[in-house]
Design a protein around this ligand. Structure first.
Ligand code: ZN
Ligand code: ZN
Ligand code: FE
Length: 765
């Protein structure tokens, strides 16, 4: 049947991540299939299509633009309107244009796709075992782009001249490598090389041999260098930890495939979906007992961070590793510094840490660490957002002004906001050394240039000691707006869920440390908040913390402070008391009596630390939240029947949420010989109970959203319990799915507040 004569012409605009992801050839193939005439092209952030043909077919095209889009594309909007322009017969791809004032959305780096892996394993394919095989659906993006628009001369692939065969594929709209900028082959692409005492003509084989021999190898990847060794070899891991000066923080491992991962950890379908997603994050999973991994991978921690191979080199390496199915793959750096990404730095910094190096000659323009996620109630909970996610923007609706937000101090990210998008940087690291600060400055400059944003306002954390805030005060002093830490946490969730910035939410911001509006340290906060401001309607009762931040590394000192606040004597039978020397106890007692060098804090994170110490789980920590993780893990193993025989309750009086009764109940339980797991679980339940109780008392109206944020909500058990409690009363709390609940999410909240409120910069002197 023909409907000739009712042809129509339309102009279609597609907005989102649609450049450098194979979108134009996809439209080309679709239009040919549907027998439509016209053109497709992109002008930076948008793809425009002019089509003529049967109206039903045009509608089908519009539908399938969304449903059948290439894997890396992120479609924000499709708009269509009739057009009177002349459309020539046939369908063509036209050259990209960059219109002034328009922004390109840069795609994140993506794991090598299944099609490319199959070709790489096919001995008849011309890219058989090519370590840099890629196509429009996969491979590096963010880390190789020097300038926009995303064309090969603007990437680190500029160093490689395409051979004739690759150029043909690159120029053929029907080819799956059409305009794949990192395209290459054995003849023209990047090459791997091996540095060490092995056969230089077989770099991957030599690397595998080194790893099998129990050695440590530096491996150059997508966003930086990794240090690798056999994850079952305790001697190798002990050496790695010693050289890296990383005593017990868990190390991520890379595992051959999902089947091998299932032998090491218990993995739900939702977790498997995250493991195999194109972002290929490190997924924190519950390790199986006796899985054969070295105990040094994650000492004392029943979670194990697993990722799957995500570059062709990783796949080729596992093909040669025989019995080894799991490698420690930790960021190549010395403790606390950003991941090394330059060849020179690798030679200086990493060579002394390793026995051999597998490197390659494609430059990494910008570093990007591995991302880390958890799965709670089958939904993604980001812990560290970097490779695979950054720089996908968060939509902003009607932002009033352009903003740079500098984030926090630990797990820093910054965020650049315009009228319609917020670009959160990848995880940069803890702001405690010059290298991280330098990366922060460089990456800010890059984002401002990429997205053509000259920030009218610079939003900073109000903490007087943050390096990031100090940087803003000295470099952008005329535009600084301070944002309270916990307000920013709550606003980050509002931004993710695209809430109305001027409608209040009831937000729980539970974390370790944040500078409060009264100059004390907050961290157990309940806020009624909009972008314009907040009211602190609830908070943990303050305790005096002797030594302030110094106590953070020693949970037993925090526990002693909590015991004092709860009027519990420091008797020798209590674990935190036994952990302190006589001299310390006397000193702390004097400090608490006089208030000397004490800092008042309402921190929920510190309460978790105190309970971990009370249960003799951990009295000293070497990385943030270490004791709280112990407590969560202990609680997750509790026998529920035993848990339910009693409950702990916070005292809520007005805005004050007092933990003293909980502390006293824990002391009583410990003294009666209760199981630590049971006590830990009761404590988690008590926190969830008080969240529910506060919601019932303080929610300003039945439609006011409940928001959970702050690093404490990285605790999957606590988050799960809170969601469960609230769900029982018909409330679905809003949590983080895009940025982490920890300080890595602060910058997004700062942008949301600064762009939607009319707060003016305060002139600094
Ligand atoms: Zn591919
Ligand atoms: Zn080639
Ligand atoms: Fe925080």
């Amino acid at each position: 049947m023909t409907t000739a004569g009712v042809r129509r012409a339309e102009r279609i605009i597609v907005t989102g991540v649609v450049q450098g992801v194979g979108f134009r050839p996809f439209v080309y193939r679709l239009a040919n299939e549907l027998d439509l005439d016209g053109v497709v092209g992109n002008d930076s952030s948008r793809v425009f299509i002019a089509v003529a043909g049967i109206p039903d077919r045009i509608s089908e095209l519009v539908d399938r633009l969304v449903t059948d889009a290439p894997p890396l594309a992120i479609i924000e909007r499709v708009e269509r309107e009739p057009t009177t322009e002349t459309i020539e017969p046939g369908f063509r791809i036209v050259d990209s244009r960059r219109a002034a004032g328009e922004r390109t959305l840069v795609a994140p780096d993506t794991a090598v796709c299944d099609d490319c892996v199959s070709e790489m394993r096919d001995p008849t394919d011309r890219r058989y075992e090519h370590p840099f095989i890629t196509c429009t659906n996969c491979g590096p993006r963010f880390t190789i782009i020097r300038e926009l628009p995303y064309d090969r001369p603007n990437t680190t692939m500029v160093d490689f001249d395409m051979c004739a065969a690759c150029a043909d594929e690159y120029g053929d709209p029907a080819n799956r490598r059409y305009h794949a900028q990192p395209i290459g082959c054995h003849d023209c692409g990047p090459r791997v090389s091996f540095i060490g005492s092995g056969p230089a003509d077989d770099p991957i084989g030599a690397t595998a041999a080194e790893l099998r021999a129990g050695h440590i190898v530096t491996i150059k990847g997508i966003g930086g260098f990794h240090l690798a060794c056999d994850a079952r070899d305790s001697d190798a891991i002990a050496r790695l930890r010693g050289r890296k000066n990383r005593p017990d923080k868990p190390l991520a491992i890379m595992v051959r495939d999902v089947a091998a991962a299932r032998r090491l950890a218990v993995i739900s379908d939702a977790e498997a979906a995250q493991l195999t997603s194109p972002a290929r994050p490190v997924v924190l999973l519950r390790a199986r007992p006796d899985n054969g991994l070295s105990g040094l991978v994650a000492p004392g921690n029943p979670l194990v961070g697993i990722m799957l191979p995500y570059t062709p080199v990783h796949h080729l390496l596992f093909d040669r590793l025989d019995a080894i199915d799991a490698l420690v793959m930790t960021s190549g750096n010395t403790s606390g510094e950003p991941i090394v990404h330059r060849d020179d730095d690798a030679a200086d910094v990493l060579a002394p840490l390793c026995d051999a190096m597998l490197t390659h000659d494609r430059a990494i323009h910008a570093p990007c660490d591995d991302s880390v996620v958890r799965v709670v109630r089958d939904v993604l909970l980001p812990v560290r957002r970097a490779r695979g996610y950054a720089p996908i923007p968060v939509p902003i609706v009607d932002g009033a002004r352009t903003v740079l937000a500098t984030g926090g101090e630990l797990k820093n990210t910054f965020c650049v906001g315009s009228a319609d998008h917020a670009w959160v940087s990848p995880h940069l690291g803890d702001m405690e050394n010059l290298e991280t600060l330098r990366l922060f400055e460089e990456t800010i400059a890059r984002f401002e240039r990429f997205y053509d944003v000259d920030p009218e306002v610079v939003a900073i954390d109000a903490h007087p000691g943050y390096l990031t805030s100090g940087w803003a005060r000295s470099h952008r002093s005329d535009r600084v707006v301070e944002v309270q830490h916990h307000h920013a946490h709550v606003a980050a969730v509002m931004a993710e869920h695209e809430l109305d910035p001027h409608q209040p939410v009831l937000g729980f911001a539970f974390d370790g440390t944040g500078y409060g509006s009264d100059g004390t340290i907050w961290g157990g906060e309940v806020l009624v908040a909009t972008a314009d401001g907040f009211e602190r309607v609830g908070h943990l009762a303050p305790i005096q913390l002797p030594g302030g931040d110094a106590a953070v590394r020693h949970p037993y000192r925090v526990a002693l402070a909590h015991l004092a606040a709860a009027d519990v004597g420091w008797a020798d039978d209590l674990a935190p008391v036994a952990a302190a020397t006589d001299v310390e106890r006397n000193l702390l007692r004097r400090q608490l009596d006089t208030g000397f060098a004490c800092v008042p804090t309402t921190s929920m994170g510190r309460l978790f630390d105190a309970v971990a110490s009370m249960l003799d789980l951990r009295h000293h920590i070497t990385y943030e939240a270490q004791a709280a993780i112990d407590l969560e893990i202990a609680a997750a193993g509790a026998h529920l029947a035993a848990v339910r025989s009693t409950t702990y309750g916070f005292d809520v009086d007005g805005a004050r949420i007092d933990g003293a009764p909980v502390l006293r109940a824990i002391v009583a339980d410990v003294r009666s010989g209760a199981d630590a797991a049971v006590v830990a679980r009761r404590f988690h339940e008590a926190v969830a109970d008080v969240v529910l109780g506060v919601v019932e008392r303080l929610r300003p109206g039945p439609d006011v959203p409940i928001v959970l944020s702050g690093g404490v909500f990285q605790n999957a058990l606590l988050t799960d319990l809170c969601i469960e409690r609230l769900a029982a009363t018909g409330i679905t709390p809003l949590t983080h799915h895009i940025v982490p609940p920890n300080d890595g999410g602060l910058a997004l909240g700062q942008v949301f507040i600064a762009t939607h409120s009319n707060r003016r910069p305060t002139q600094e002197t």
